[in-house]
Design a protein around this ligand. Structure first.
Ligand code: 4NP
Length: 174
């Protein structure tokens, strides 16, 4: 499924497309999104044309690997999550082309941090790319949930990241 490309901010005409996924803790949702997106790019695209990273609006877990529950659920889908937690920072608005918050709280925090309207235009919520689970308008925080919460995160991200990938690739071929 191709999402209308007007959802995307302006992308560079040369060089890689740089995508930053953002959640609160950077130990569950956004490192999972990074892992899902890297797997899609590795298997369907050209890794040299992409830079993919993740960060958290909070600073509780800096330097940590993703939550062991997120890693275990991801591993069952063939994904090895090795990201080290970091906090989102002002220079991320220079360093990335598309900044993808997982929920409305992450989005509000990013909008407050954005140094310019052009920087703010880089923020595109993950749920804008959902096509299967359209009853979800965000990626729910699984931290206080059980296994089903982590599985839901991966289901939503596999749909959304595929559509993000397809939409960016389409802008290159037109
Ligand atoms: P994430 O989940 O934002 O998907 O990484 C959370 C991880 C940790 C906390 C909250 C949410 N925490 O409060 O420590």
């Amino acid at each position: 499924m191709i999402i209308p490309s007007f959802i995307l901010p302006p992308l560079p005409s040369d060089g890689p497309v740089k995508v930053l996924f953002v959640c609160l803790g950077n130990i569950c949702r956004s490192p999972a999104a990074e892992g899902v997106m890297k797997e899609i790019v590795d298997s369907q695209g050209n890794p040299a044309r992409w830079v993919i990273d993740s960060a958290g609006t909070g600073n509780y877990h800096i330097g940590d690997l993703p939550d062991p529950r997120m890693r275990a659920h991801a591993r069952r889908r063939g994904l090895n999550l090795t990201h080290r937690c970091r906090q989102v920072c002002l220079s991320d608005f220079d360093d990335f082309d598309i900044i993808v918050p997982m929920d409305a709280s992450n989005e509000r925090n990013l909008r407050a941090l954005a140094p310019s309207p052009q920087a703010e235009a880089k923020i595109v919520p993950m749920a804008r790319f959902f096509t299967l689970a359209t009853r979800y308008d965000h990626v729910p925080d699984p931290y206080y949930e059980g296994a089903e919460g982590f599985e839901l995160v991966l289901d939503l991200l596999q749909d959304g990241c595929q559509n993000l990938f397809d939409t960016v690739e389409q802008t290159f071929t037109h």
